[in-house]
Design a protein around this ligand. Sequence first.
Ligand code: ATP
Ligand code: MG
Length: 237
Amino acid sequence: METSMELQATGSDVIRLTDVGKVFLADDVETRALSHVSVSIREGEYVAIGGPSGCGKSTLLSVMGLLDAPTSGEVVICGESTNTLGQKGRAALRNRAIGYVFQDFNLIGDLTVFQNVELPLFYRGVSAARRRESVDAALEKVSMSHRSRHFPGQLSGGQQQRVAVARAIVGEPTILLADEPTGNLDSANAEAVMEILDRLHEGGATICMVTHDPRYSNRAGRVIDMFDGRVVMDPVA
Ligand SMILES: Nc1ncnc2c1ncn2[C@@H]1O[C@H](COP(=O)(O)OP(=O)(O)OP(=O)(O)O)[C@@H](O)[C@H]1O
Ligand SMILES: [Mg+2]
């Protein structure tokens, strides 16, 4: 606990959202998913985002992770303003700065565990030898080295999520974003994934995780609460 407090006290902002709004338009129905959200996350922090279903947690995380663009406001990642970036610029910044873990793992079924984890490095043009080294190290961190030649369909949910964490961290991103990473797991597998996140954080990783579960949000150094598209509680704000 003390270590994480020390880490939280240092570092510059790796994510800065200022007055962010997001409106979805589907079949002439407007949904305001985010309203006036301003949140900054510093290097080395472990942040949990909570709040009821539909309050905008996933939308917020995907805006932070450059998977979705806001309707208004500014998003700055690692000091770089993303508002003026084109598709290619956003993809390049995302590949370099962001690791993303989804509730439903999102592994590619016809690639092996090794190939799934290798993918972000492949897009980045890393040499085969360095890819192997990094993939081996990432699989080691999640205790999945022994399964590198298997396909996702041959693994349990917990194992698949560990592989997804390896894929998210293989490129040593500046920040790891996780949207309910334990949502599809039983409690033993959820605990294993949470322990991996704890270890990554102790090693200096910056983590922002969405979770409904207070058992898991309590492990983070800072808990942000959302309601109806707004941040209603943030100890740092
Ligand atoms: N692609 C979309 N098109 C239209 N509306 C959307 C879209 N994505 C999200 N929404 C709406 O935006 C609001 C926020 O959704 P979001 O998925 O961010 O909630 P959440 O807090 O993650 O909920 P949950 O805990 O159930 O995952 C909801 O009203 C949702 O219906
Ligand atoms: Mg969600």
